[in-house]
Design a protein around this ligand. Structure first.
Ligand SMILES: Cc1cc2nc3c(=O)[nH]c(=O)nc-3n(C[C@H](O)[C@H](O)[C@H](O)COP(=O)(O)OP(=O)(O)OC[C@H]3O[C@@H](n4cnc5c(N)ncnc54)[C@H](O)[C@@H]3O)c2cc1C
Length: 353
């Protein structure tokens, strides 16, 4: 089943307008200096930020972080614990709400002060907003939504799903200069934290940009675990047939401590909130385990979950395209399979308790 997972690898694609660098930010001593843009929610640093720091640490890179917000100073220690030696801190009441222009200014300043050779964002809404602006300001290219990359003597080879996940592009930077990447959450593991104290560099806070003022953030109505941070995702398609089916699957998601997501079909019918949608026009997830129930496997859906480490699919149709990307498949009726799966997991859990 797995053979079709990475549908094909095209020849190495280099898109000069996107990938060529014009500035040199590399140090002569060849040490990569990574600046990770930290993201947090409700006073907690988001998992993708910790994944990036852990990955940099595991690769033995010289890592710093830029931390922006209101009352976030306490998070500097956490960033240090995951490997940030220096934290460029902008902590101010005016920074409580995301501001594209003000955040751009601060990150740009942190790049200059840190002498970073690489700038890593999470491939989140915030990353998608800020990364291109900063890359443009630095006069360099950027690679977005990376799911895997390697660094060899300053050369980055980064892979990311393109064309709704139909192909995996392999991208390189053609000239020296700061490398700007956004990396999909779940692509790398979070390592253990160690007690550490960061060197804190306080950043000046630019004037508020009056062209666009965020007055309020309305939280999306999805409940439970954030899909983009979940280790396990249970997702349903139109095969659930309605709200009753959604509720039949929910205990399985709860039991696994999983994020509960859906296809666009399910969200368009109003069976689940639009915040639960996974895919090209929804959330991008890369959990350790993705359980697809009654999902056909349209490319627009695959675009949001193809980076999952292990995919289990349940579908009545043996020809459903989801089986082309699944590691394990059950041809069967989810209304029969899900209660059995749930019971079996409960038995295994209680036996090992
Ligand atoms: C521009 C654009 C953007 C889009 N963006 C997204 C996106 O972000 N995310 C997304 O998901 N879609 C997106 N779509 C829609 C996408 O093309 C598909 O229509 C959608 O993903 C199909 O959803 P589905 O798998 O739930 O439904 P279907 O394709 O109808 O599949 C339902 C599946 O359930 C199976 N089934 C039926 N009954 C059972 C049962 N009892 N037990 C087990 N299996 C059963 C069927 O065999 C079938 O394979 C987009 C489309 C467009 C044009």
């Amino acid at each position: 089943m797995k053979s079709a997972r990475n549908i094909y690898f095209p020849e190495r694609i280099t898109n000069n307008s996107q990938l060529v660098f014009t500035q040199s930010g590399l140090e002569s001593n060849n040490v990569e200096k990574i600046l990770v843009v930290s993201e947090s929610h409700l006073s907690e640093i988001k998992k993708p930020t910790l994944e990036l720091l852990s990955h940099a640490k595991q690769m033995g890179l010289d890592t710093s972080a830029v931390l922006i917000g209101d009352g976030v100073v306490g998070q500097a220690e956490v960033l240090a614990g995951y490997g940030a030696r220096t934290v460029y801190l902008a902590d101010d009441p005016s920074l409580g709400f995301h501001s594209t222009s003000v955040y751009t200014e601060i990150i740009h300043d942190a790049v200059s002060q840190s002498g970073a050779t690489q700038l890593w964002f999470s491939a989140s809404e915030s990353g998608a907003d800020l990364m291109p602006r900063i890359a443009a300001r630095l006069g360099v290219g950027a690679i977005s939504d990376v799911t895997q990359f390697s660094i060899e003597e300053h050369e980055i080879t980064a892979r990311h799903p393109a064309m709704s996940g139909k192909v995996i592009q392999e991208c390189i930077f053609e000239k020296d200069g700061i490398r700007v990447l956004s990396i999909r959450g779940g692509s790398y593991e979070i390592g253990p934290a160690e007690p550490a104290t960061a060197n804190i560099v306080k950043m000046s806070v630019p004037e508020k940009d009056m062209r666009a003022v965020v007055r309020e953030i309305v939280a999306e109505t999805t409940e439970g675990i954030d899909l983009t941070e979940a280790t396990v995702v249970v997702a349903v398609g139109r095969g659930v047939k309605g709200e009753e089916g959604i509720e039949l699957v929910r205990p399985l998601a709860n039991l696994l401590g999983a994020g509960y997501g859906a296809t666009r079909g399910v969200c368009d019918y109003g069976w689940m909130a639009h915040g639960a949608q996974i895919g090209q026009t929804g959330k991008k997830v890369a959990p350790q385990i993705y359980i697809a129930l009654g999902i056909s496997g349209a490319i627009q859906h695959l675009a949001g979950m193809i980076g999952s480490k292990l995919i289990l699919a349940v579908n009545t149709d043996p020809e459903a395209p989801i089986f082309n990307v699944a590691d394990y498949g059950i041809v069967g009726d989810l209304f029969k399979v899900v209660p059995i799966l749930t019971e079996e997991i409960k038995i295994i859990r209680s036996a090992s308790a």
